[in-house]
Design a binder for this molecule. Sequence first.
Ligand code: GLN
Length: 303
Amino acid sequence: MDYQKILNTIFLTCSSSKDRGEVASYIPELANIERSKFGIHLIDSGKNNYQAGDAEHKFSIQSISKVLSLAHAIGLVGKTIWKRLNVEPSGDPFNHLSLLEMENGIPRNPLINAGAIVIADILVSNLENPKADFLNYVRKLANDTSIDFNLDVANSEKKSGFRNYAAANLLKSYGNLKNDVETVLDFYFHQCAIEMSCSQLAKTFFLFMNHGTCQQGRTYLNLSQVKRINALMLTCGFYDEAGEFAFEVGLPGKSGVGGGIVALLPNRYCVATWSPGLNIKGNSKLGMKALEKLTTATKQSIF
Ligand code: GLN
């Protein structure tokens, strides 16, 4: 498969597109990102790398970090996390709150904000130096020590994260948050503020297409754990657009409001795109288009 040729064609179509969506502005620090950026990077199962556009430009991974925190929590404490979280798609936006109240403080899944805040609470309880240890875990998966938090983004979200404070307080009132709201949200805002390029992101997610074993050959998750995390990406990775992503693209994946999307085809490849303009559901407009073109051109998807 000539992945490079396919990425070049996708880049040509996407980089000339005028219809790019809107950059997220509810986190003030994210509002200044140039809308014209577009990058794509693919790593195949043989660890060959292909890229086009701004694939080495770092951006805020935001909700994409929820898959990494989930993987770390499952690796640390296993199945017990499912006592505090459900595994159903929400069909609602990432920061939706009323379901949480109707379902007595048990978040629908770990990839919406409320669920990721419960996972953050589990990591805060189980890691000695939560922020540093989590960053270290991500660096090891990526095999790249240059990966870091953007502290301006973390602070910006801390000042404007009213809905996340509401979710955390609601969780606390139902007894589903063991640590202080402030401590858990400080961790959550930092995990979302990790910056990575498409190239770093695709390499970091290599283990999810490779049975739980990262690029360096170290196994972090067993087969059953990877199967479940991929299932959650497929059904819940795009909030109320998970159906559309499965329909158009046909891969498990995860988006973030920084404009990144990472997706994977088990045993074949892992791919990351970045274009900061979002559609009304909060997913990168060009990223979705690029990935639809990829699975159409390669004639490969999980279906
Ligand atoms: N940090 C963001 C928030 O909690 C993440 C949202 C996202 O990327 N969809 O609002």
